[in-house]
Design a protein around this ligand. Structure first.
Ligand code: ZN
Length: 453
């Protein structure tokens, strides 16, 4: 891997490296430890993750006997990376929204010559990943790392689906950790890895696309994750530097913070332009803080204000944008002690029985670990309480963000109506029901080693 030249198109290969642990000179089977699958460059203008995983591969290959398990580093959007265009995120469609069941089936069903570039990528990546599954699945403790960079200045951060095993990986990095994107976005590689392959997934956003320091952030994240999974003994010894200190230093004041997604704003048509002052991880207020401008075809320019109270996140400053892309997100800061309480609570059976017994909430008779929630009760809980208990929204109606005082007034009305529904006085329409479900990895936990053979 030495002499890795990002400007030479032939340098980009699907498999960056595949290191299988050895002990006392004998090659251990991959079943002897977890597998960490590391994907970089899912977006064509984000080579940092591939460069970082290449460094890790090189160090591991030169250090026989230190790895327990298997480290497999893959490249995401190979065709876009090979174009070498720093503005080219994708060619036909966003590869990191293309991992839905339908999009995968479309890509696999199309004859190879009829696939668009990202369909070809999806088909190849799925084949590669599914090929790793033999029999019952991945060895216990396996995981997937998805390495990205971003377009708007701000601290590096990590994102996970809110399951306990994934949280553990995310919190170990010390970067600000965000949960809840899986409720807002479909077709993420990380979602696919979790829901179809059973792998807890950790997404790391290391810095600006053009920041050479992003490679070191990614490299640190890979070393720390290998250590957290018990695949190596000492991350710093292998990295040659203090990996956790590097991550904390780059995160600055955001180090160790925890956030839930409160709101996602789509670009719309025509896509908006974020204002200079709309910076990642700054405080915004609903209806007050100007965040973007939409320039209409007839010359009108409309200033858009924040759609919720919270912390502005991932303002989109990509060079090319489509109406369905994300304009920005708004985060809800979560107190770290609350994170611990939530983790404890969601492992208690009585807590789930209690939640299901609230007025307006009932267990789904057909699906385990799933609740049906009346729309107005759900709007009142505003997801916060559902998230605390480890439930994510599977299907919901529109529910605009409301401040606490408004919700307090609503509570009287809403609980009254819910009680009347329980009593059968008021009917409940199917479209007025939210479906919420516990995270699959919380219910199943890590697969046991004996089951994974
Ligand atoms: Zn990306």
């Amino acid at each position: 891997m030495s002499g890795f030249d990002p400007h030479n198109p032939d340098r980009w290969q699907r498999v960056v490296g595949d290191v299988v642990g050895e002990v006392r000179g004998e090659v251990r089977g991959e079943r002897e430890g977890p597998t960490l699958v590391c994907v970089g460059g899912v977006h064509g203008n984000e080579p940092a993750g591939v460069l970082a995983s290449a460094r890790v591969v090189e160090r591991l290959a030169a250090s026989p006997g230190v790895l327990r398990g298997r480290f497999l580093a893959l490249t995401g959007n190979l065709r876009a990376l090979r174009r070498g265009d720093p503005a080219l995120r994708y060619q036909a469609r966003d590869l990191n929204r293309a991992f839905t069941d339908e999009a995968i089936a479309d890509a696999q069903g199309a004859p190879p010559h009829a696939r668009d570039p990202e369909q070809a990528e999806v088909a190849e990546l799925v084949t590669e990943l599914v090929g790793l599954l033999d029999g019952a699945g991945f060895p216990a403790g396996s995981a997937l790392l998805d390495l990205h960079t971003f377009s708007s200045p701000g601290a590096p951060f990590a994102y996970v689906e809110d399951s306990l095993p994934a949280r553990r990986l995310g919190l170990a990095l010390g970067l600000p950790l965000i949960v809840g994107l899986d409720e807002e976005l479909r077709g993420l590689l990380a979602d696919y890895a979790t829901n179809r392959l059973g792998l807890p997934s950790l997404v790391v956003e290391a810095g600006l696309h053009e920041d050479p320091g992003a490679v070191a952030v990614h490299e640190s994240a890979v070393w720390v994750t290998l250590e957290t999974l018990g695949m190596i003994g000492d991350a710093d010894a292998l990295a040659g530097f203090d990996a956790r200190a590097l991550l904390r230093g780059r995160a600055g004041r955001q180090a160790g913070r925890f956030y839930d997604i409160r709101h996602r704003e789509p670009e719309g048509d025509p896509p908006v332009e974020m204002l200079d002052r709309a910076r990642a991880f700054t405080r915004v207020w609903k209806g007050l803080t100007p965040v973007a401008v939409r320039a209409h075809a007839d010359g009108r320019r409309r200033v858009l204000r924040a759609a919720a109270d919270g912390i502005l996140f991932m303002p989109n400053r990509q060079q090319r944008k489509l109406p369905a892309d994300d304009a920005y997100f708004i985060l809800r800061p979560i107190w770290r002690r609350f994170v611990g309480v939530s983790g404890w609570l969601r492992q208690r059976a009585w807590a789930h029985r209690l939640l299901a017994a609230l007025p307006g909430v009932r267990p789904d008779p057909d699906r385990p670990h799933t609740l049906l929630v009346d729309h107005d009760v759900a709007a009142l809980m505003a997801r916060d309480i559902l998230h605390l208990f480890g439930y994510r929204v599977v299907r919901s109606g529109p529910s605009p963000y409301r401040r606490w005082p408004t919700r307090a007034v609503m509570a009287v009305w809403v609980l009254g109506r819910a009680l009347l529904r329980v009593g059968g006085v008021l009917p409940t329409g199917r479209d007025e029901i939210w479906v919420v479900r516990r995270h699959r990895l919380d219910v199943e936990g890590f697969p046991r080693p004996e089951n994974s053979r």
